[in-house]
Each structure stands twice: as structure tokens, then as C-alpha cells.
Design a protein around this ligand. Sequence first.
Ligand code: FMN
Length: 181
Amino acid sequence: MNTLVINCSPVRTGATAKIVETVSAILSSRSEVKTVCIDDYKFSYCKGCRSCHKTANCVQTDDVDLLMAEFEWADIIVSVAPSYWADIPGQFKAFIDRCTPWCNTHEPHKTLSPGKKGYSIALRTGPNMKECDRIIQSIEHFYGHLEIESKGHLGLVSVEYKEDLEPKIKEITEFAQSIIT
Ligand SMILES: Cc1cc2nc3c(=O)[nH]c(=O)nc-3n(C[C@H](O)[C@H](O)[C@H](O)COP(=O)(O)O)c2cc1C
């Protein structure tokens, strides 16, 4: 069993990174785990040219293919995203846009191997869970069009810095354990 855990924030030492580290440590007892940060990859924005709708290929060649190779490797994908202006960080959104060659709304399209399972974790500084739900919806929408089955999600509010996660470690641990049981 292979698991990919993605830090969808460009910050490598913040709250998102701490959640990625916690979840990865738990999952590594039962599966091979790779952790990546969206900022490990350099790629351009989608040009909206729709060439991929006809060819299933992007006109641009960059690190999107490297990250998608990790998706192909994984049986389980866990995306951890903070709220940036009430949505996923722009870097992650730019990556999702570039996954249009894999999107199942047009033929031909590239496909990942079947049977992949997706999990989403959203965090934010404000107190209202609705904003986390919106982030989870964005990620699950993405998973759906790549035919990755959404199996679970977790929203965490009132988190600005990694220290704010201290009272939530049990909740995060239980969520991670639910992925592998
Ligand atoms: C550019 C930016 C925009 C943000 N916008 C929101 C927001 O709209 N709502 C919110 O609750 N938190 C917002 N935050 C706070 C982050 O979601 C929060 O601090 C999170 O823990 C950041 O995790 P990170 O440091 O690992 O990226 C924002 C943070 C940044 C840097």
C-alpha cells in the first residue's frame, strides 16, 4: 500500500506541514508513505487553450507530470490544505487547473489507475467550519474528476500556527488511524 501526503501550502514549517508530518508518521506504520509540498514543484498556469480536450496532453511540459507520477504511485492520497482567502492556496489551485488532461469530463483524457482513495484535511485561522467545508469540497471535486474515491475529510478551525494544533493532535491522530483501519 502506497500513500501520498501533500502539503498544499507553500509553507514547509507551518501548521499544514505539522499535520502532514503527524499523519505521515501514523500512516507509515501500515504503508509506504511519501510526503511532498506543492512548492517542491515548478509549473505554469493552465492557459485555458483546451488543446488537452482534443489530445489529452498539455501543450506545456513541466513538473505537473512529476507530481502526477506520485499520484499514479499512490493507492491513498491525503491532501492537506490551509485556507487562503477562504479557498485552497493558489499554488494548489494552479496545479488542479493543470490536471485538466486527466479530467473525466472530456474524451480523450488521461487516466490514473483505478481504485485510488482520497482524503482531505482543511485548516483555517477563523472559527467557522463552513470555510473548511468549502476547501474540502474543492479537493473532493478535484478527486472526483480524476476518479479518486473520496473516503474521508477533516476540518480544523482556529489554527494559525503549528502551536495551535496541540489541542487537536488527538483528533488528527484518530483521523489518520481511520485511514488505515
Ligand atoms: C495568504 C493567506 C490567506 C489566508 N486567508 C485565510 C482566510 O481567508 N481564512 C482563514 O481562516 N485563515 C486564513 N489564513 C490563515 C491560514 O489558513 C492559517 O494560518 C493556516 O494555519 C496556515 O497554514 P500554513 O502556515 O501551514 O500555510 C490565511 C493565511 C495566508 C498566508
